[in-house]
Design a protein around this ligand. Structure first.
Ligand code: IPM
Ligand code: MN
Length: 415
């Protein structure tokens, strides 16, 4: 059956990057044998200025029935900030219960990294951002507005169910990613270790984090060195946000100890996370965090992976309709010039395929992006050495090439 993809090209450079993403999607569909139909919606600043509508209820009703949504960009210089962001982007995230915002931070080959000496092998992690609650929930209010005694509150809403589904998704994602990672636990943190020689799987209890399971590599007075199936870092602020973070902390360790003991549970405060992302990004595998912290650290993530031109994201409802978007905005300054970098949008299309279950096609798009970045002069708009359209062509071609190469290999042919 054909996938139904709703396309919202949106504002500014949104339509230009969307066009290239669809070009690559088309190449992937032909090479990997899946079918899809698109329906385009003219939501965004122009429509709002023309009709006053941001997201008509009839459109929302249609969007509830599609296989996935692709969104180019929202944000229009003539529309007050927040109208489209809240009325369209956040409303879709909430209404469709896209409770995960998945943001890979990956440095592709040949991409200039602002951190000295870091290579693609050092920057390759994923942020799982809670996408429906926290400070984004819109709870709070204002009293005595406009007076010197004005009070404004913005409440962070965290529900056990909301936190738990996000954390479960992050554990499952870490397990599926399946990176074998060596971790160290200091003797002082090692409360108990089950019997087992080096090379064997042992159960151990971390003083603060509870039970985990890993392969013992080495044990001495200093502590233990273990091989875990991935590292999941909870990024929080337990030392200050004592109510919400306590809920996150307990949920994280309860769920992990009960159902994902083989995933190593790491923790870092959000400020320290920023520091480590610059100092030792290679440590991270998967990070799980709340909505606001996730918003902030993923912009930092975008910078260390070479800029917003390459940063893709997915708003995911694992049981429903998900929406994929490049992280960069509408970039009004570059609109219509055919100079914007479409790789983030193309990457988002790849993530869409991964979520739809087209794993091979998704991996092929990722590989095609990696084959294209070394040819580019820069990831920045206007400095790529290619136009927007040419980058789309290069990636689409690499998808076709990749497919015929795998087919030749499968059939044992020389090329
Ligand atoms: C993002 C954006 C949005 C957010 C804005 C546009 C509402 O910054 O997707 O990260 O804050 O989530
Ligand atoms: Mn953001």
């Amino acid at each position: 059956m054909a996938y139904q993809v709703a396309v919202i090209p949106g504002d500014g450079t949104g339509p230009e990057v969307t066009r290239e993403a669809l070009k690559v999607l088309d190449a992937a569909a032909k090479a990997y044998g899946f079918a899809y139909d698109t329906v385009t919606y003219d939501l965004g600043g122009e429509r709002f200025l023309r009709t006053g509508e941001v997201l008509p209820p009839s459109v929302l009703a249609e969007l509830r029935t599609v296989s996935a949504i692709f969104l180019g960009a929202v944000g229009h210089p003539k529309v007050a900030p927040g109208v489209l962001e809240r009325g369209l982007l956040l409303t879709l995230r909430f209404e469709l219960q896209q409770y995960i915002n998945l943001r890979p931070v990956k440095l592709y080959p040949g991409v200039e990294c602002p951190i000295k000496g870091k290579e693609p092998k050092d920057i390759d992690f994923v942020v799982v951002r809670e996408n429906n609650e926290g400070l984004y929930a819109g709870a709070g209010g204002v009293l005595r507005k406009g007076t010197p005694e004005e009070v404004a509150t913005q409440l962070s809403v965290n529900t056990r169910a909301g936190v738990e589904r996000c954390i479960r998704y992050a554990f499952e994602y870490t397990r599926r990613r399946g990176r074998k990672r060596t971790v160290k636990v200091e003797a002082g943190d090692l409360a108990a270790v089950s019997a087992g020689a080096s090379g064997q799987t042992v159960e151990f209890t971390h003083r603060e984090r509870g039970k985990m399971r890993a392969r013992l590599l080495k044990r001495d007075e200093a502590g233990a060195e273990l091989e875990a199936t991935g590292i999941l870092t909870m990024c929080g602020k337990t030392n200050v946000l004592t109510f919400e973070q306590d809920l996150w902390w307990r949920t994280f360790h309860e769920v992990g100890a009960a159902d994902f003991p083989e995933v190593f549970r790491d923790y870092a405060h959000v400020d320290a996370t920023c520091m480590w992302m610059v100092k030792n990004p290679e440590f991270f595998d998967v990070i799980v965090t709340n909505n606001m912290f996730g918003d902030i650290i993923t912009d930092l993530g975008a910078m260390i992976q070479g800029g917003l031109g390459v940063a893709a994201g997915g708003n995911i409802n694992p049981e429903g309709v998900s929406m994929f978007e490049p992280m960069g905005g509408s970039a009004p300054k570059y609109t219509g010039k055919n100079v914007i970098n479409p790789l983030a949008a193309i990457g988002a299309a790849g993530m869409m395929l991964d979520t739809l279950g087209e794993r091979r096609a998704a991996a092929a798009i990722d590989a095609a992006i990696a084959a294209t970045t070394p040819k580019m002069q820069s990831m920045a708009a206007g400095k790529m050495g290619f136009s927007t359209t040419q980058i789309g062509d290069l990636v689409a071609e690499a998808v076709r090439e990749g497919e015929s190469r795998t087919r030749d290999e499968d059939e044992g042919r020389e090329r």
